[in-house]
Write a protein that binds this ligand. Structure first.
Ligand code: ATP
Ligand code: MG
Length: 268
């Protein structure tokens, strides 16, 4: 596959079959783990600056099929990051109150405030994924949501939030292995949900729905990354690299100190 394009060109046609979930370039696990540690130190430094500066924020959106590794990636990538200033929001099936509003209402309040990093475990994209695949609203309603999402993300980006969206791409075989491991390993039993099985049967419909998302909502201001995610270490490496690169590019700076600090004497 040669050069693996993590961010497809905005507007390009996506066939997820062209993206190998097993891809891991020329990298190997042990050097990846070392690199992740180095990058995490950088991430921590940038996060402190971002927090101190208080002028911009970072939003990370994670989407995947069940067992795709959203939880694992959050745990690994943000290891050692100061929890103050980081907020994880998980989006489950909407409550009656949420359903009584527009689909972005519940999402907007979790957009990270200036200085913070926000992580979405699932997101507003469910409203064009699970909702579309299961006809939870008619097509005449969901088909307009791609545009609504683009406008919403534009607003967020214009307001000082850098947006990175990661689709963790696993294969159907890999999902089978991971579901089986949840059945076979007592400590993983709690993660097994028989409700994941009917969703697995809709695999191809979900891939189509993801392709539409990746084609229609991949913008310059809120890019989608297609992360090969069968190898967990590679998934974590690529995500960590992307986040650190974005933080670097944001150039968060410590605010200037009060004047004449060197003349100040702390009284006894
Ligand atoms: P895990 O991977 O640990 O199982 P999860 O993210 O799958 O975590 P669950 O509580 O199992 O968490 O699932 C959340 C469910 O909520 C998913 O099936 C998802 O499709 C559903 N959901 C999320 N947003 C919406 C939405 N807007 N409309 C309908 N269903 C939604
Ligand atoms: Mg689940």
């Amino acid at each position: 596959m040669g050069d693996y394009v993590l961010i497809p060109k905005p507007g390009s046609k996506i066939n997820l079959k062209d993206y190998d979930p097993d891809y891991h370039g020329n990298e190997d696990k042990s050097s990846a783990q070392k690199e992740i540690q180095v990058l995490q130190d950088e991430m921590q430094e940038f996060q402190e600056r971002l927090y101190a500066e208080g002028k911009q924020s970072l939003l990370i959106v994670l989407q995947a099929m069940d067992t795709g590794g959203k939880d694992g990636a959050i745990k690994k990538v943000f290891e050692g990051i100061n929890p103050q200033g980081v907020h994880v929001a998980a989006f489950k099936a909407p409550t009656p109150e949420e359903l009584a509003h527009d689909f972005l209402w519940r999402v907007h309040q979790h957009i990270p405030q200036k200085g913070h990093i926000g992580i979405f475990n699932r997101s507003h994209y469910e409203d064009v994924l699970v909702v579309r695949v299961n006809n939870l609203v008619p097509e005449s309603v969901w088909k307009h949501r791609y545009e609504h999402i683009n406008h919403f993300e534009r607003l967020i980006a214009d307001s000082g939030t850098r947006i990175l969206k990661f689709y963790l791409h696993i294969s159907k075989d890999e999902q089978k292995k991971r579901l089986q491991a949840r059945l076979d390993t007592p400590e993983k039993n709690w993660k097994f949900s028989s409700g994941d099985l009917p969703v697995r049967q809709q695999w191809n419909d979900y891939m189509k729905a993801y392709e539409s998302v990746l084609e229609r909502c991949n913008t310059e201001y809120a890019p989608w990354y297609i992360i090969p995610a069968n190898a967990k270490w590679y998934r974590d490496l690529v995500i960590t690299r992307a986040i650190v690169a974005a933080l670097k590019d944001m150039r968060p700076a410590y605010p200037p100190p009060e004047p004449d600090l060197d003349k100040i004497v702390i009284p006894d």
